[in-house]
Every structure is written in structure tokens, then in C-alpha cells.
Design a protein around this ligand. Structure first.
Ligand SMILES: C[S@@+](CC[C@H](N)C(=O)[O-])C[C@H]1O[C@@H](n2cnc3c(N)ncnc32)[C@H](O)[C@@H]1O
Length: 251
């Protein structure tokens, strides 16, 4: 059988949030590749699929790929070329390599780096992508905070977006989702207090769907007084309560 790479989104952490397609792929993959920021950090993605792998009669090879937390482009390219080579070597030998990633593979995922490197260095390799439940929708569900309805606009804001840009985006969005920026929650709440989101509902979800899950929902005005998590696996969602009225689009 011809080898291939499968990018598998394993959802936000709860093994019950894996798709049927993801489970099937994990039961037959020859190699399961696990992303790690540093080799000593245990992988949450692996935690979500551990039982499926342990239940197998023929355990797959575990291939650990290190993704350095750096902005140095040449360092990223060098490491990704090495990761792509390790994957391509197995695919060459007819193996199916499943790369697991939290949430969805095409949404702020380390898989995107591997995907681009494979396309650049090994353009003939078949790549399949199995979408996963994103932390974005999982956190909204846990917080009972609808992300969007009718004509509402959702803005997703990652860690490096500066305060001025957040202020500008806040003038156009009905809800905003802050990812990868737990360290900045306090600063961002201050920005929101001076924005059209001043009288909005805010939810902070830490480790959604995992045993350590914590959720706080309240008003932007009171959020400054909260003890905010400095946990990378956290998300902040704000939703304007007046969005529907302002757009005047009752259906
Ligand atoms: C590199 S992004 C990965 C996004 C992922 N590919 C997805 O589709 O959800 C990492 C960020 O996603 C968010 N995140 C991922 N899993 C989470 C979870 N279980 N609970 C809360 N936030 C989570 C956090 O904001 C974290 O900083």
C-alpha cells in the first residue's frame, strides 16, 4: 500500500471529541507523529488519543517531532526540513504517518508547518487532512456563549496583535476570540473596557474539555478583578450584547 501523511485534528482534549474518521485513521496508521514544543513537554494531543493507541494489537511507531518556539525563520525552515525528511522517509517505505494535533490541523496548528514543508520538499507525497473540533467552538460551547448568529462578524485574534489593532478590530466585530495570549488577558480586558465591547459578556475558558477545565463568564467591566489564568491553553471570548440591535437584522 502507498504511504501517505494524514493530518488529524484530535479536538480540544477530551477523547470523546475525536471524530469517527480520526479514530479510524488512528487505528490503522503505521506511525503516529506527535508534535512537541520542547522534547520534555508531554503532549496533550497524545493524551487525547492514548487509549486508542493502547487498545491496538499492533502499536504504531511513535515519531516525536520537535517544533521549536522561535520566530527565527531560517531555524524554523531547518527544523521543518528535518521533520519533513523523517516523515517522508517512512512514507517512502509505504507507511501511513498520522500527525496528531490539538483542535483542527488547519487552524493555528503546528501541522501547517509540516504541511508546507512536505509540499515544498516532497510535492509528490499524498496528504490527507481530517478536521477536528476546534478549541474555538469547544470553548464557546463550554461557556454557553454563542459565537455568531445571523450577520455577526467574528474576529479571531492571536497573541502578537497589538493594542491599537485590537481597538481597531473591536470597532468592526460582534465577537472577538483571543487565542495564544493568556499572558495578556489583563491588558486586553483594559483595552476592551475602552472599546465598543465595554458592556459585553466575556468568557475565559482554561483547558476546555480537559480534567483541569475552568470557566469564568461575566461582564467585561468586572473582569479586571478576576484572577486570570496564565495558562497557554486558555481562551478569552467577548460578545457584544447590542450586536443584534445595531445591525437591525432580526430574522
Ligand atoms: C496553537 S493554537 C492551537 C489551536 C488548535 N489548532 C485549534 O483548532 O483549536 C493554541 C491555542 O489554542 C487555544 N486552545 C487550544 N486548546 C485549548 C483548550 N483545550 N482550551 C482552551 N484553549 C485552547 C489556546 O488559546 C491556545 O493558546
Amino acid at each position: 500500500m502507498a504511504g501517505k501523511l494524514i493530518g488529524i485534528g484530535v479536538g480540544p482534549g477530551d477523547p470523546e471529541l475525536l471524530t469517527v474518521k480520526a479514530v479510524k485513521a488512528l487505528r490503522m496508521a503505521d506511525v503516529v507523529s506527535v508534535p512537541k514544543a520542547h522534547s520534555d513537554v508531554s503532549s496533550l494531543a497524545l493524551g487525547a488519543v492514548r487509549q486508542i493507541l493502547e487498545d491496538r494489537q499492533d502499536p504504531p511507531e511513535l515519531l516525536e517531532l520537535v517544533f521549536p518556539m522561535t520566530k527565527d525563520k531560517s531555524e524554523i525552515e531547518r527544523v521543518m526540513a528535518r521533520n519533513a525528511s523523517a516523515v517522508a522517509d517512512r512514507i517512502d517505505r509505504g507507511k501511513v504517518v498520522a500527525f496528531i494535533t490539538l483542535g483542527d490541523p488547519m487552524f493555528y496548528s503546528t501541522f501547517v508547518y509540516l504541511f508546507e514543508a512536505m509540499r515544498r520538499h516532497y510535492p509528490g507525497v499524498e496528504i490527507e487532512i481530517i478536521p477536528g473540533v476546534t478549541s474555538l467552538t469547544a470553548c464557546a460551547a463550554t461557556a454557553r456563549l454563542p459565537l455568531a448568529e445571523r450577520e455577526e462578524v467574528v474576529a479571531v485574534i492571536p497573541s502578537e496583535v497589538d493594542k491599537c489593532e485590537v481597538e481597531e478590530i473591536s470597532r468592526h466585530a460582534d465577537s472577538m476570540v483571543f487565542m495564544k495570549c493568556a499572558r495578556r488577558f489583563k491588558e486586553l480586558v483594559t483595552v476592551l473596557k475602552r472599546s465598543p465591547f465595554e458592556k459585553s459578556t466575556v468568557a475565559i475558558v482554561r483547558r476546555c474539555s480537559m480534567p483541569e477545565e475552568r470557566v469564568v463568564v461575566g461582564e467585561v467591566a468586572e473582569a479586571e478583578g478576576w484572577e486570570l489564568p496564565d495558562d497557554y491553553f486558555s481562551m478569552m471570548i467577548v460578545k457584544r450584547r447590542d450586536a443584534e440591535k445595531e445591525r437591525g437584522d432580526v430574522v
